[in-house]
Design a protein around this ligand. Structure first.
Ligand SMILES: NC(=O)c1ccc[n+]([C@@H]2O[C@H](COP(=O)([O-])OP(=O)(O)OC[C@H]3O[C@@H](n4cnc5c(N)ncnc54)[C@H](O)[C@@H]3O)[C@@H](O)[C@H]2O)c1
Length: 394
């Protein structure tokens, strides 16, 4: 057991340590925002369950519908020098929450891209429930090792066709500064590698593996998360290398769907997550979105409640012409986009602190690591040696 006072040390949007109590509190606060529905036994597999949208989907599924199931994520244990990753602590608290709801939820800490992880998870599903009703695929990873070839692929955040320059938000001594960031053009190989990491291949492997083991229960459905976003972020996101991967994911949904498998992508709105804060321009964009929308900005937990209502049949699917679930309509509404664009164009080095909700954004980034959470005493020593729930962690 090791108790320590933990401070937010790091560079840019990356911190070296995470705060266990802050991470736990955020899980609790998210669950408290969910209205319960009468639970009907349902089993789900969530890949990417420790963070961002996958965590929100796990908490919303537990709190609203009392799902049983398995969450897979890839997190680091505490060491003598460093705390565990934030996702480790959030997972530990989500397990406590599941137990309080009286649900059986297992958490597997392993590489979702590996065949060995698929076998471990499928064995567990077979043993505990004989099948699953839902699979939510919410992985955001910088690289993937394909276990069948041993090859490593790296994902790139680059433009396609022509280089691009974007306004971007950074912080110096806690003060927001506006920067211009150049975005290089991706090579064909970089685009292909990004598709290998963030496209649909691994999602399809999970569904095929479940199908081959006859673990898809009647009415099974699966969603993978995708993003469209604004024209402002188009060159780096939707028209960039990551957008090529998202197009592949959406195409995979079309080919996966058949008898016994309903496969869709879910277009979620912009959110501050570890994955999104690494993309140039997204921090500025989300800060402006929050300035324009205030509390009307739909949080990951709100969107996840809407997702579960649709997956369980409580609400009709809200699909677009391409069969994608749309949870981002609030973000892409014309008036919202027009207001964000006006602010984006007006933003200068001098007025950035007024034009954007930069302080809110920085706090959101700090909350990804369990800091800036109301009600947590950051001067108090906190236990960092928290165990991975159950016996199945790495
Ligand atoms: N953040 C946004 O603004 C936004 C908007 C729309 C859609 N999305 C999509 O949501 C999905 C999740 O993104 P996020 O922003 O929530 O990311 P995130 O960084 O918050 O979470 C990523 C999750 O993936 C897990 N993970 C990463 N590599 C893994 C591996 N090898 N094996 C197992 N688990 C692994 C992490 O442990 C974590 O649980 C992505 O598909 C993303 O494109 C994000």
């Amino acid at each position: 057991m090791t108790e320590r006072v933990i401070k937010p040390l790091g560079r840019g949007f990356l911190f070296l340590d995470s705060h266990p109590a802050g991470c736990a509190r955020l899980v609790r606060d998210a669950a408290a925002k969910v209205d319960r529905r009468a639970p009907e036994r349902r089993t789900a597999l969530v890949i990417g369950s420790s963070s961002g949208y996958g965590l929100a989907a796990t908490i919303a599924g537990l709190a609203r519908y009392g799902i049983d199931g398995i969450g897979v994520s890839f997190e680091k244990a505490p060491t003598a020098r460093r705390t565990a990753t934030a996702g480790w602590y959030r997972t530990a608290e989500t397990a406590v929450l599941a137990a309080e709801f009286g649900r059986e939820f297992h958490f597997v800490n392993a590489d979702a891209f590996a065949d060995t992880t698929k076998t471990e998870v499928l064995d567990l599903i077979a043993e505990r429930w004989g099948g699953i009703d839902h699979l939510i695929y919410s992985v955001a990873a910088p690289r993937r090792v394909d276990p069948r070839t041993g090859e490593t692929y790296q994902s790139a955040l680059k433009a396609i066709g022509a280089p691009h320059t974007t306004k971007s938000l950074a912080f110096e001594d806690g003060r927001p500064v506006l920067q211009e960031v150049g975005i290089d053009v991706a090579t064909e190989d970089e685009i292909a590698q990004t598709v290998k990491v963030m496209g649909g291949e691994d999602w399809a492997r999970w569904v095929t593996a479940l199908e081959e083991r006859r673990l898809l229960l009647p009415g099974f459905n699966t969603v993978a998360l995708t993003y469209i976003g604004s024209e402002l972020t188009g060159p780096i996101y939707r028209q960039g290398s990551i957008g090529a991967a998202k197009a592949d994911l959406e195409q995979t949904a079309r080919t996966l769907g058949k008898d016994g498998v309903r496969a869709m992508t879910s277009v979620n709105g912009a959110a501050v997550t570890q994955a999104s804060s690494a993309i140039p321009g997204i921090g500025l964009y989300v800060s402006l979105l929050h300035k324009v929308l205030g509390d009307s900005l739909q949080t990951p937990i709100q969107q996840s409640v809407a997702l579960w209502d649709q997956l369980t049949g409580e609400a009709p699917f809200d699909l677009d012409g391409e069969g994608r679930i749309r949870l981002d309509r609030w973000e892409l509404a014309d008036d919202v986009q027009a207001a964000v664009r006006a602010q984006w164009e007006a933003a200068t080095r001098d007025n950035i602190a007024d034009v954007a909700d930069a302080g809110w954004f920085l706090s959101e980034v700090r909350r990804l690591y369990g800091f800036d959470v109301p009600g947590v005493d950051y001067e108090a020593p906190t236990e960092v040696d928290v165990e991975w729930p159950g016996a199945r962690g790495a």
